[in-house]
Design a protein around this ligand. Structure first.
Ligand code: PLP
Length: 400
């Protein structure tokens, strides 16, 4: 029998990183602000901003740090309410708490995207007094950014995009992360570009980026090593706390040569995803929601809903897939899952959100890295289809 593909190993880091790391080890120059200019972190910022088509970028220690700094740079007063989707990673409500704000959760539908009617109701409810919005494009599923931007404009609140898992995704041909006021990305190992840890934020707003640069730890006059309009910096000298969430030159050296790999990873990831999605959609027991029409996705995993299964059958399906060597995570069923909002007990009382809960109890997550080959995709798809049939029975052909 064929062996189950390993979906956890990352791709090797491009060889170009080795020479640069060797150079950094030899010189000991690991801190981004030691060199007066063109440190690896500064070059990463220039290259990433150019690649995304945004004016400014600030590299930091994680996407969570980027989200935190975004809220801080927006100048939100303590206890401001920030509207976020209820289907996201626990780090997102945590970044809101870290910024001394209060997350308000909006429902997410069976298509893994924000429920717009619920979002609108919460955004415009005067009792909520929403001051900012974070849109998590969870697992790279883009919510309707046209509708969201229009509502946020009408309500007069800024939008932060959590694009941690959306590098390479476009919306009407425009890069995700450039639609809101700020876009935040992750270089943690399970994302498209892997540096172990790391993050970056992009924005066209010079004053906002200037504040974020200072708060990220550009103490004294280190901000002069950033190309942001310098009068924006001078205004904020000594007026902001220094949270020290900088990125190291070593991380930048690992990230920079991977940027050239992004188009290939996006293309292969989408091809792999769509191939497996077609097979799963032929089963009566599984459904992969289609992308929204303006959306061109960059998946490195696949999410699908189980149809007509009870809780017990859902568990049996995950076990049957596991027995075939394919690990399936049902977001709402794996114990202490960090993407199930009822586990965010650090928020105190979490509201009851029936749509999101129903989705989480049947939504499955399977890793599908871009490097997988056709035979490995067939192995995974067949295991999932057979696992569903083992639990639910073989679908009867029409006319029998
Ligand atoms: C991974 C992820 C994060 C957190 O990124 P870190 O760099 O680990 O802080 C936030 N949001 C989403 C949607 C993610 O997938």
């Amino acid at each position: 029998m064929a062996l189950a593909p390993n979906v956890y190993d990352a791709e090797p880091i491009p060889p170009a990183a080795r020479a640069e790391i060797e150079r950094l080890l030899t010189s000991g120059d690991l801190f981004r602000y030691t060199a007066p200019e063109n440190s690896p972190v500064a070059l990463l910022e220039q290259e990433f901003a150019a690649m995304m088509g945004s004016r400014f970028a600030l590299a930091v220690s994680s996407c969570s740090a980027a989200l935190f700094l975004s809220l801080k740079a927006l100048g939100l007063p303590r206890d401001s309410k920030v509207l976020i989707p209820a289907f996201t990673f626990a780090a997102v409500p945590s970044s809101v708490v870290h910024a001394e704000c209060i997350p308000v959760l909006a429902e997410v539908g069976a298509d893994f995207r924000i429920d717009l009617a619920d979002f609108e109701a919460r955004l415009f409810d005067p009792a909520n007094d929403i001051r900012a919005v974070i849109i998590s494009h969870m697992r790279g599923h883009t919510s309707d950014m046209d509708a969201i931007m229009e509502m946020a404009r009408a309500r007069g609140v800024p939008v932060v995009e959590d694009a941690a898992h959306s590098l390479g995704t476009t919306w009407h041909g425009r890069n995700i992360g450039t639609i809101g006021k700020v876009g935040c990305f992750s270089f943690q190992s399970y994302k498209l570009v892997n540096a172990g840890e790391g993050g970056i934020m992009i924005s066209d707003d010079a004053d906002l980026i200037a504040r974020a640069v200072i708060m990220s730890g550009a103490y004294e006059h280190n901000w002069k090593k950033h190309p942001v309009l310098h009068d924006a910096f001078a205004r904020w000298q000594n007026r902001l706390p220094l949270y020290n969430t900088r990125l190291s030159n070593l991380s930048a050296a690992i990230i920079r040569p991977q940027l050239a790999e992004v188009p290939r990873r996006v293309r292969d990831g989408r091809r792999n995803h769509d191939y497996v999605a077609d097979i799963l959609n032929r089963s009566p027991w599984m459904s992969v929601p289609p992308p929204l029409p303006p959306e061109r996705r960059a998946p490195d995993s696949i999410q699908f809903n189980l149809l007509e299964m009870s809780d017990e059958q859902t568990r049996a399906f995950a076990a049957a897939a596991g027995a075939r060597g394919v690990s399936v995570q049902v977001f709402g069923m794996s114990p202490d899952n960090a993407r199930a909002y009822w586990n965010w007990k650090f928020l105190g009382e979490t509201p009851e959100l029936p749509k999101t809960r129903a989705m989480l109890m049947r939504a499955c997550d399977v890793r599908l890295p871009a490097r997988l080959k056709r035979a490995e995709l067939d192995f995974i798809a067949t295991a999932l289809v057979e696992a569903a049939e083992e639990v639910m029975g073989r679908p009867r052909a029409f006319g029998t």
